[in-house]
Design a binder for this molecule. Structure first.
Ligand SMILES: [Fe+2]
Length: 248
């Protein structure tokens, strides 16, 4: 009996020990390979960081809206643009601003998705968490007063333009060819840098009036979203854009 008990117990212990060792797939023990040049070339367009957390603009823009807007909607433009680059690899080496500026000479997929990528990258930067928004510079304030009469009148003009954009699009404050401020709007993912824009200029401020930008909190009330949005604006960045546009 003793001759059989000892090997049986040892066998049970060995089985228990094997069972306690976690399974490790062979590849988990290898270092993750560095991306190759080919992989980088295959996806030349990347989703930029927001620079703040998804809940940083709440309650003006809720966290879920920000997460979906950034990680899904903006990412979708980038994915489509990378797919377009597989069909036409030459666009991988063209700066985004140039793709946008010549949008009318390119296929609709590039116009829409390069526009969507540029517009959203710009949009994230002109908003900021509380305490980091600053105030319009003296130069920007003077220019707004000159073009619109007052800050309040400018905001009314901007909101009216955003509210009256039929369907989806953007409202913009631009510096035009005469170095004057103007409010304008573009449909879809067009913007005022594009050769197809009705009124061209350098964007200083822009608001996304697609429903995906506001529907979860504001439902169909686009005017309420436009009105509340001013409290999220990063005036430090907007003033910086204005100074650069005037100097260029
Ligand atoms: Fe958007």
């Amino acid at each position: 009996m003793r001759h059989f008990l000892l090997p049986t117990c040892l066998g049970a212990l060995a089985l228990t020990a094997v069972a306690l060792v976690p399974f490790q797939p062979a590849q988990a023990q290898q270092a993750t390979p560095a991306p190759t040049a080919d992989a980088a070339q295959a996806e030349p367009f990347k989703l930029p960081e927001l620079g703040y957390s998804y809940d940083a603009l709440a309650p003006i823009i809720d966290a879920k809206t920000m997460e979906l807007h950034h990680s899904k909607h903006h990412q979708a433009f980038i994915t489509a643009l990378n797919n377009a680059a597989k069909t036409d690899p030459s666009i991988a080496n063209v700066p985004l601003e140039e793709l946008v500026a010549n949008a009318g000479q390119r296929p609709a997929a590039i116009r829409n998705n390069a526009g969507g990528h540029w517009n959203h990258t710009f949009f994230w930067q002109i908003m900021a968490p509380e305490g980091q928004r600053g105030e319009p510079s003296a130069e920007l304030t003077a220019a707004i007063n000159e073009s619109f009469g007052s800050m309040d009148e400018f905001k009314k003009a901007f909101q009216t333009t955003g509210t009256s954009r039929f369907g989806s699009g953007w409202a913009w404050l631009i510096v035009d060819a005469d170095k004057r401020l103007a409010v304008t709007s573009t449909p879809n993912q067009d913007n005022p840098l594009m050769d197809v824009a009705e009124k061209r200029g350098t964007p200083v401020l822009g608001n996304d009036v697609w429903e995906h930008a506001y529907y979860l909190s504001y439902n169909n009330r686009r005017a309420d979203y436009l009105s509340a949005w001013w409290d999220a604006v990063n005036w430090n960045k907007v003033s910086e854009h204005y100074a650069k546009a005037i100097a260029s």
